[in-house]
Ligand binder design. Structure first.
Ligand SMILES: Cc1cc2nc3c(=O)[nH]c(=O)nc-3n(C[C@H](O)[C@H](O)[C@H](O)COP(=O)(O)OP(=O)(O)OC[C@H]3O[C@@H](n4cnc5c(N)ncnc54)[C@H](O)[C@@H]3O)c2cc1C
Length: 375
């Protein structure tokens, strides 16, 4: 794995940064479609299905640069990274043809729903259940905090089927079209200034054809994790981009703003925390690149640990960078005009989703350090 970024990747960063900075960001859908035309949205999807044939390394780099330009696309975490990955790796030929070229060219988008009101971080406790009716599936359950369901053509829903031998429930993935009868959504009133909204979903006997099941009914967990590692890497990239954006605004301000004899940036009480934020974002990026490379190299297990650590590091670095950026601007940090205060809540998302800081610390305690479990 190259520790120093290749010239090709540097050039890609520059191209994305220029594109994202110059795009009139008001219309998120248009930004998505223009990014797709340039090959940015489907860069990780197989070439045979209209994608760029590259990996999560490139997809995460693109998302980070969009974020650093102040124009991130949250649904990139979900549509190409989770859903695109799962369908390319485990989908049927029909599913691949139906979805991958459209996800890549931006004409269709997918959301992803795993979180449930009574399960939360404990996804072993999810109760959305699929039962067979002839060759059809009938899906029943509830989901919460699912992003972008209104703009996505379908949601990849994590459900469970009953194991015929043990009677236990095993996870599996279903493509649920937005307009499927019985599939209802209610927008959650989030304190977030973001183009993508969150929804509570009700699945009330949603009837789905046999081909809605993605992958093997018996290997659902494995397939699910194939999508969750890219999700963590992408969330890390999202957080690093946001942190860089906030930090750049603060540095710009601190260079100019003078209330004594010299600009406030010359006071170490202002300069050092900004320098620290920069270092921590760089460190988080290094871990994110490691996780992306491991994933792209086919090492799902190695990528699992690295992706968790990257998400943790990036979430923490982002929250600190945003906090210090807001502080650096004094009163202006809380005005709408300077646009930093809205990042306070946005940054917190990277600490909570898709897996919280504590659940990552639990994972590292048990999986990496071999400590006993309390729950
Ligand atoms: C903006 C946003 C977008 C989202 N988008 C999606 C999406 O598109 N699809 C989707 O499926 N979900 C989505 N989520 C949901 C997100 O993944 C969950 O919020 C997250 O997994 C945490 O679950 P929870 O909110 O139920 O918290 P809980 O599980 O109730 O946890 C609450 C607190 O308790 C802590 N905690 C829980 N268990 C333990 C433990 N064993 N040890 C120590 N601490 C613990 C947690 O760390 C957390 O701080 C989104 C959430 C947000 C905020």
């Amino acid at each position: 794995m190259p520790v120093i970024e290749s010239e090709e990747h540097k050039a890609l960063r520059e191209a994305v940064a220029t594109f994202a900075k110059n795009h009139p960001g008001a219309d998120n859908r248009l930004f998505w479609q223009d990014a797709a035309k340039l090959g940015y949205i489907g860069v990780n999807l197989p070439e045979a299905y209209g994608g760029g044939g590259a990996g999560i390394t490139e997809l995460s780099l693109i998302l980070e640069e969009m974020g650093a330009a102040g124009n991130p696309l949250l649904m990139m975490i979900v549509s190409p990274a989770i859903c695109g990955t799962v369908i390319s790796r485990f989908g049927t030929e029909t599913q691949k043809r139906a979805w991958l070229p459209a996800l890549a060219d931006g004409s269709r988008m997918m959301a992803f729903g795993i979180t449930e009101p009574d399960a939360g971080s404990n996804s072993h406790r999810i109760t959305t259940t699929a039962r067979r009716d002839g060759t059809d599936w009938i899906l029943t359950g509830r989901k919460v905090f699912v992003s972008g369901v209104d703009i996505a053509d379908a949601t990849l829903v994590v459900g469970r089927t009953e194991d015929a031998r043990t009677g236990g429930l095993k996870p599996c993935l279903f493509i649920v079209p937005r307009d499927a009868p019985g599939f209802e959504r209610r927008r959650i009133d989030m304190e977030l200034d973001s183009a993508e909204k969150q929804f509570e979903l009700t699945l009330d006997d949603v009837r789905l054809p046999a081909d809605s099941l993605v992958g093997d009914e018996d290997a659902g967990l494995l397939q699910l994790f194939a999508g969750l590692n890219p999700e963590r890497v992408m969330t890390a990239a999202f957080a690093i981009g946001m942190g860089r954006f906030a930090l750049a605004r603060a540095v710009e301000y601190a260079r100019e703003r003078t209330v004594w004899k010299a600009p406030i940036g010359s006071h170490q009480a202002i300069a050092h925390p900004l320098a620290q934020a920069h270092i921590e974002l760089e460190l988080a990026r290094l871990m994110t690149q490691k996780a992306a490379h491991l994933y792209d190299a086919g090492d799902d297990v190695g990528a699992g640990e690295a992706a968790n650590m990257a998400k943790y590091a990036a979430g923490e670095a982002c929250v600190k960078a945003v906090d210090q950026a807001v502080h650096t601007l004094g009163g202006n940090g809380l005005t709408r005009e300077f646009g930093l205060a809205r990042l306070i809540t946005a940054a917190r998302v990277s600490r909570i989703a898709p897996v919280s800081r504590e659940m990552i610390l639990n994972y590292v305690s048990h999986q990496t350090l071999g400590l006993p479990k309390s729950y």
